[in-house]
Design a protein around this ligand. Structure first.
Ligand SMILES: C[S@@+](CC[C@H](N)C(=O)[O-])C[C@H]1O[C@@H](n2cnc3c(N)ncnc32)[C@H](O)[C@@H]1O
Length: 246
């Protein structure tokens, strides 16, 4: 499968950015029992660095690994703009991380394990962690208004497919941060038009254009106008697994 993240790298942040306070709470939680000045961290499937960059502000060194050159280029641009010099990007897959064994204190994954061979990725994460290291998996649950709009999209593209679950862990999260996602109908239409979500992939250009036209009509019927505000509660969840339990 083509890596669609190459195609959406420039619009990714506009559709997924997490609030500063949420990310700050995640950083503080993950580093609460670590010496920040000595901590090394790998972000697997780092994307545009929504987590790597805030972590790089706090720890000694970050390595951001991703299969998408374009996503990492966005990350590099943002890190350079901030003058961060302790973050390296490396092209590579979660199933075969391009780094030596026993190198990192923390390995982050966020919205990525469901895209990979989970077992192989976890073996690799275990390999690259130091003995007292930990794997931190993060996910952000879709708020109610996004789920409703996704169902309109799925009906428009003629698919009963349910949005792929990112749930990788059945236990309760170690940290659950509520946040309120506010955007407009126009923001959602733009996200789908740029094929930001997995359910937009796998359609040819013509089929996508037809589905999008139906979708836009149905969304505007439902909500009235592009400037209509949308808001609902979401949760950012963090699961911490010590290396010994991976
Ligand atoms: C939904 S994005 C998540 C990005 C980032 N972790 C975040 O939370 O914003 C998924 C990312 O995983 C990357 N990816 C997909 N398959 C991968 C794999 N097998 N190994 C490493 N990265 C992968 C994609 O290129 C994309 O940047």
């Amino acid at each position: 499968m083509a890596n669609y993240y190459d195609r959406i790298a420039d619009t990714y942040d506009a559709t997924r950015e997490y609030p500063t306070a949420v990310v700050g709470a995640v950083v503080d939680f993950v580093l609460s029992d670590r010496d920040r000045k000595r901590t090394t961290l790998i972000d697997v499937g780092a994307g545009t660095g929504l987590l790597s960059i805030p972590f790089a502000r706090a720890v000694r060194r970050v390595v951001a690994v991703d299969v998408s050159q374009q996503m990492l280029e966005v990350l590099d641009r943002k890190a350079n703009a901030e003058g961060l010099t302790n973050i390296d990007t490396k092209i590579g897959a979660a199933q075969g991380l391009p780094v030596p064994a026993a190198t990192f204190d923390v390995a982050i994954t966020s919205h990525v394990l469901h895209l990979t061979d989970r077992q192989k990725s976890l073996c690799e994460i275990k390999r690259v962690l130091r003995n007292d290291g930990a794997h931190v998996d993060c996910r952000c649950n879709w708020p109610e208004h996004r789920r409703k709009i996704e169902s309109i999209w799925l009906a428009s593209r003629g698919s009963a497919q349910v949005a792929q679950s990112m749930a990788v862990d059945s236990r309760p999260p170690d940290l659950r941060i509520p946040w309120r996602l506010e955007e407009t109908v126009g923001d959602r239409l733009a996200a789908y038009e740029s094929r930001a979500h997995g359910s937009c992939w796998g359609l040819g250009d013509e089929a996508f254009a037809n589905a999008f036209a139906k979708f836009k009509y149905a969304v505007l019927e439902e909500y009235g106008s592009e400037s209509q505000p949308l808001a609902s509660e979401s949760h950012f969840e963090v699961f911490v697994t010590p290396r010994s339990r991976i």
